[in-house]
Design a binder for this molecule. Structure first.
Ligand SMILES: [Zn+2]
Ligand SMILES: [Zn+2]
Length: 243
């Protein structure tokens, strides 16, 4: 009964305008972008060579051996992966998710598949990158928390939204901010409140977008200081320069 009402409400909201090209989104499955824009968005398919650590795109073909970009050498997480490139349907979905706690079925499926295709299967806990209390109150929800809940529900891996907190309200990362400026702006921002819940765990840290990696690295650093065994990072999108 409840599902029926929910579905019919969703149907009422569609068709709506694609947030990328303004054409019509026919089906609620596609969320905020039309089918064509989804088809034009580039996803990591497993046929390309990515940095074994941070997931940076290196070349179009699988090289057959582990390759590293080395720009991520100082990062504290063990490995980071993203669904696809921060462009078209994915960037529109990420931007929409900052305004409204809505994840379309297509995006949900892509996100969960990316986890299932990853080497993160030994994970014991899912932790979203937290917002500061100020930002959380402004927004009313944490977009990384929404994604973390989806993954936890689909995989049965425990969700922990309490252990990692953000102390300082860091300014939004702007395009053009260099790596050092980003790293400084997130330094000391995170705190792990309940080390007993982190000790020995293999954690997947969830965020909406991976830009320089400074944010997730700072989160991973704190989790590792409190005894996390491993920290993986999974994001919807990844900003890339050379894809
Ligand atoms: Zn479109
Ligand atoms: Zn790398």
């Amino acid at each position: 009964m409840f599902h029926k009402i929910y579905d019919s409400l969703l149907t009422l909201a569609y068709p709506q305008a694609c947030e990328v090209c303004q054409n019509i989104v026919e089906n609620s499955f596609d969320g905020v972008a039309c089918r064509l824009c989804w088809e034009k968005t580039r996803f990591f398919s497993g046929t390309e060579t990515l940095c074994a650590k941070c997931g940076a795109y290196l070349q179009a073909k699988v090289s057959g051996f582990e390759t590293f970009c080395h720009r991520c050498d100082g990062h504290f997480y063990d490995a980071a992966r993203a669904v696809g490139i921060y462009e078209k349907a994915l960037s529109a979905s990420v931007l929409h998710l900052k305004r409204e706690p809505m994840v379309g079925k297509r995006l949900k499926k892509l996100f969960v598949s990316r986890f299932r295709d990853s080497d993160f299967q030994d994970a014991t806990k899912i932790v979203p990158v937290p917002l500061s209390e100020k930002r959380f109150l402004e927004r009313g929800f944490n977009q990384a928390g929404i994604l973390a809940k989806i993954l936890s529900k689909q995989t049965g891996i425990a969700l922990d939204e309490q252990s990692l907190t953000r102390q300082i309200h860091t300014p939004m990362h702007r395009v053009g901010m260099d790596e050092k400026a980003r790293a400084t702006s997130v330094k000391n921002a995170f705190e792990a409140k309940r080390p007993k819940l982190i000790e020995g765990e293999t954690i997947i840290l969830i965020d909406d977008v991976f830009t320089s990696g400074a944010t997730v690295s700072a989160g991973a650093e704190v989790l590792k200081e409190k005894g996390a065994h491993k920290v993986y990072v999974l994001t919807l999108a990844r900003a890339v320069e050379n894809f």
